[in-house]
Design a protein around this ligand. Sequence first.
Ligand SMILES: Cc1cc2nc3c(=O)[nH]c(=O)nc-3n(C[C@H](O)[C@H](O)[C@H](O)COP(=O)(O)OP(=O)(O)OC[C@H]3O[C@@H](n4cnc5c(N)ncnc54)[C@H](O)[C@@H]3O)c2cc1C
Ligand code: FES
Length: 329
Amino acid sequence: MPRITYEGTAYECGAGETVLDCLTAWGIDIPSSCRSGVCQSCLMRAPGGGVPQAAQAGLKPTLVAQGYFKACSCTPTEDLSVALPDAAGLRLAAEVVSIEPLNPDIVAVRLRPARPLDYRAGQFIRLFRDAQQSRCYSLASVPQLEDVLEIHVRQVPGGQVSSWVHQELRAGDSVQIADSAGQCFYVPGQPEQPLLLLGTGSGLAPLYGIVRDALHQGHRGPVWLYHGSPTPAGFYRAAELRALTQTHPNFRYVPCLSEGDTPAGLRRGTVLEAALADQTDFTSWRVFLCGHPDMVSQGKLQIFLAGAASAEIHADPFLPSVSPAAAPA
Ligand SMILES: Cc1cc2nc3c(=O)[nH]c(=O)nc-3n(C[C@H](O)[C@H](O)[C@H](O)COP(=O)(O)OP(=O)(O)OC[C@H]3O[C@@H](n4cnc5c(N)ncnc54)[C@H](O)[C@@H]3O)c2cc1C
Ligand code: FES
């Protein structure tokens, strides 16, 4: 069995056990959130190497070069010596510029980082409530269009970080964020390729960034955005998106109401139902799916079955954090 050395003590790692599971089982407090390789909350370093490639999937090359890896995705095959990252190296201070309600549950938080952040619209940052607790929030801002970062935070009932954002955070406060990550962003080079964007709730945040980025970069192919909500009050940034349809005839915005009577201007049904009713063949489309994990997983499957190549389907399920007690063994 491989042994994991942490702060001078070696711990036996069970067969198939991840570094995160092993160390937390020994009572060591390692920050984590999604426990499924998405959020990068569990970054650790293995200065001597020996980390399986899968544990570094999706990390920036600069992080890979420094031996960073995701502890929740690292099932060691050999002895490893690991350390928590130097917080100062990975985190960045940011000032809260404004907090603005977007709908009854979601606020837009604008942040000015202490140094410019190298990011693409649609990627996510981590926002820290304190030294241990951080959550991922997708970037709705576009670096070429805005000089502040914008995230959309939905209040999750009883949620530790989203409640703090909604109830305690104020303009002028200083917070810590971690660098941008994620593969959900517009890549120029195929300006005629049709783009399909499906999002529910605050899943609009990355899509709002991606759409504006694509149109700003001169994307000429169809750009179809479907935003889903169970209530009419849940739609936000609708006026801005409708204005974009006027200036960009290739852009279509479809707000989809999944429950109740449907007022004029809204589509009845889920985003997936609406998109598949409008188009049955998504061969050669690039697809972005963000928001509720069930919508994202169903969407990946159904849009793939409707012809989209899996390499063209980019998804950010807004996975909740998992407490160690609830995490799979
Ligand atoms: C890549 C990525 C991008 C994300 N982008 C955004 C974004 O742009 N905007 C945004 O608002 N959120 C986003 N999220 C979700 C966000 O990171 C947090 O999970 C969310 O804000 C809840 O955190 P919390 O600390 O308030 O709740 P927690 O204290 O972590 O959870 C409290 C309770 O609520 C449950 N819970 C947590 N989240 C949900 C949920 N979504 N639905 C139902 N129950 C839940 C938990 O299981 C727990 O029981 C993203 C997540 C990921 C992985
Ligand atoms: S990537 Fe490991 S906890 Fe999210």
